[in-house]
Design a protein around this ligand. Structure first.
Ligand code: C5P
Length: 301
C-alpha cells in the first residue's frame, strides 16, 4: 500500500557556535552546538516502480548553486545508506527512483548529506506507510550520521553528544545568513582530529534567546572551536570572515567542520554587497538564506 510518489524538501543547517567538549573512546567528539535549519533546500522526489531496485539520479538545472560535482550516486551516498537501513530494519524491498535536485553545497558543513538522509527516512515512511515510531526513526537517523537526527526534529535545537542529543529551542528568527563555501574538500574527520583540545572557548547558550537583544548578546559570545583548524587548512576562510564582517555581519562563523563561513545579519545584506562577495570569490559559492520556521525535512507531495 502507500503512495506512488512523494517529494521531500531537505533544508541545510548552520551551527551558531560549536564547542568541542572532548574526545570519546569511540573516536567521535562530544560537542555542544546550536543547529538552525535554513531555507536552502535539496529536493528529493521518490517514485515507486514495479521492479529494478533503487536508483539515484541527480537532476540539476542550476549549476551555480549546489551543482552535482562530487555528488556520489552509488551505495555510499547517505540517501542509499538510509534506504538500505530501512530495508534491513523493516524487510521492505524497495523499487524506487530517487531524483535529487541538489542545491546545498556538498561537504560544506551545511548538513546537506545528513538532511538528504533524514528526508529519505521520512520519504520512505510516507511512501510505504511504515509503522515506525519517532523514537525508532531518531535511532536510525543517529546511526546514519551525527547530524541526521536534527533534521527530523525542530528548526532550531541545542545539540549535545555527537550532535544527536537534541533539545528544541525557541529562537529569535528575524535575521539573514550570507554563506561563502570555498570549493575545497575538507574531511570532517580530519578537522576534528586537527583540533587542539586544550583550547575551548565555550559555546553560547541560545536557548532563551527569543528577542533581538538576547539573541544578539549570545551571537556575540558564540564561537566554533573547529574554526581555527579550518582556517589552518584553508587560509582563505579568514579572508571571507573579514569580508563578511566588513559588510555588516553581527558575527561570523564556520559552519560545523567547514569549510563554509557565514555571517549573521540583522538587516538584509544589500544586493551590491552580495555581488561584491561573488566577484571576490569566483571559485566559491555565495548563498543568502534565512532560518526556516517549519519543522525540518518537509514532505510536500
Ligand atoms: O557522524 P558523521 O559521519 O557525520 O561524522 C563524520 C566524522 O566526523 C566522524 O567520523 C568523526 O571523525 C568526526 N566527528 C567527530 N565528532 C562528532 C561528529 C563527527 O569526531 N561529534
Amino acid at each position: 500500500m502507500g503512495r506512488v510518489c512523494c517529494e521531500v524538501m531537505a533544508p541545510a543547517k548552520i551551527n551558531l557556535g560549536l564547542q568541542v567538549i572532548g574526545r570519546r573512546p569511540d573516536g567521535y567528539h562530544d560537542i555542544l552546538t546550536t543547529f538552525v535549519a535554513i531555507n536552502l533546500y535539496d529536493h528529493l522526489i521518490f517514485t515507486r516502480r514495479i521492479a529494478g531496485g533503487v536508483s539515484l539520479e541527480a537532476v540539476n538545472p542550476d549549476r551555480d548553486r549546489g551543482g552535482t560535482q562530487g555528488f556520489p550516486i552509488g551505495e555510499d551516498n547517505l540517501i542509499m545508506r538510509a534506504v538500505r537501513l530501512v530495508e534491513r530494519e523493516t524487510e521492505l524491498h524497495a523499487d524506487l527512483l530517487i531524483s535529487v535536485r541538489k542545491q546545498i553545497p556538498i561537504a560544506a558543513g551545511l548538513g546537506g548529506g545528513s538532511s538528504d538522509a533524514a528526508a529519505t527516512l521520512l520519504g520512505l515512511k510516507h511512501l510505504y506507510d511504515l509503522p515506525v515510531s519517532e523514537r525508532k526513526l531518531a535511532d536510525w537517523a543517529g546511526r546514519l550520521g551525527s547530524d541526521v537526527p536534527f533534521f527530523l526534529n525542530s528548526w532550531a535545537a541545542e545539540g549535545r553528544g555527537r550532535g544527536e542529543k537534541l533539545r528544541p529551542i525557541r529562537l529569535f528568527r528575524d535575521w539573514w545568513v550570507l554563506m561563502v563555501t570555498p570549493r575545497i574538500f575538507l574531511s570532517a574527520k580530519d578537522v576534528y582530529e586537527g583540533l587542539d583540545l586544550t583550547y575551548g572557548a565555550g559555546a553560547a547558550d541560545f536557548s532563551g534567546c527569543r528577542d533581538r537583544g538576547s539573541f544578539l548578546a549570545a551571537l556575540r559570545r558564540a564561537h566554533n572551536d573547529l574554526e581555527s583548524v579550518v582556517i589552518r587548512r584553508i587560509p582563505e576562510v579568514q579572508q571571507w570572515r573579514d569580508r563578511l564582517r566588513k559588510i555588516g555581519a553581527e558575527n561570523v562563523f564556520v559552519s560545523g567542520s567547514g569549510p563554509t563561513a557565514f555571517g549573521v545579519f540583522l538587516n538584509r545584506p544589500t544586493e551590491g554587497a552580495v555581488q561584491l562577495l561573488r566577484k571576490a570569490g569566483m571559485l566559491s559559492q555565495v548563498i543568502m538564506a534565512r532560518p526556516v520556521d517549519t519543522p525540518t525535512a518537509l514532505v510536500v507531495l
